[in-house]
Design a protein around this ligand. Structure first.
Ligand code: ZN
Length: 204
């Protein structure tokens, strides 16, 4: 007991996260192609959902090379339905996850089927799947950890509020649907914001 307390005083950083969820590091193959940034550059967390059936499919999408740099689109963190949390990109690198706000943000993806597989079908623009309690608990713990790691982090936003572009519907090109709807109406904003000390940015 005494030895433990002494160690805690000498090495506080070792104990700070002892109650936190384990985060499984599964860095993407192209992670070193993503630009680096100092921790101080991060001011915003963007909440996404994968709009895909499962984590394995989300990983496939994340690994796809889409840019000349050798990189693709992905969030930094992924939270599966059982609350298991994975890091695909360190927060000190800029990932492609939201138009226009990548440089200052960390993207967190929750596994959720969303509109899959008819994302742009005008007759299926409802996000049906609820988020699990385990996902929301893990997200809250992850946000606490990120606030401790990134000193200027103070804002949080849904992807749908930052990217409001419309696209022609896949079933009827004369109709328009939202390019992004995540995390959607089933995301429990009040529960996530409570005690987070983060301010939500909404569409203007
Ligand atoms: Zn998104």
């Amino acid at each position: 007991m005494i030895a433990g307390n002494r160690a805690r005083l000498r090495f506080p950083s070792l104990f700070r996260h002892r109650m936190s969820i384990p985060i499984h590091d599964q860095l993407l193959p192209y992670v070193t192609q993503l630009p680096e940034r100092p921790a101080e550059a991060v001011t915003l967390v963007v909440i996404h959902c994968t709009e895909l059936p499962d984590l394995a499919t989300a990983r496939e999408y994340g690994e796809k090379v889409l840019y000349d740099s050798g990189a693709g689109n992905s969030g930094h963190y992924y939270i599966d339905r059982d609350g298991a949390t994975y890091r695909y990109v360190p927060g000190t690198r800029i990932a492609h996850h939201v138009r226009g706000r990548n440089a200052e943000s960390i993207g967190i993806e929750l596994v959720n089927s969303g509109r899959y597989p008819n994302w742009f079908d005008s007759r299926q623009q409802i996000m049906r799947e609820p988020y699990t309690d385990a996902q929301i608990t893990a997200l809250r713990e992850l946000l606490t950890m990120l606030r401790e790691t990134f000193p200027n982090l103070r804002h949080i936003a849904g992807h749908e509020d930052l990217d409001t572009a419309m696209v022609p519907a896949s079933d009827d090109a004369s109709r328009q649907v939202s390019r992004k709807l995540d995390p959607g109406i089933r995301f429990p904003w009040n529960e996530v914001l409570e005690g987070s000390r983060l301010e939500r940015l909404t569409r203007r």
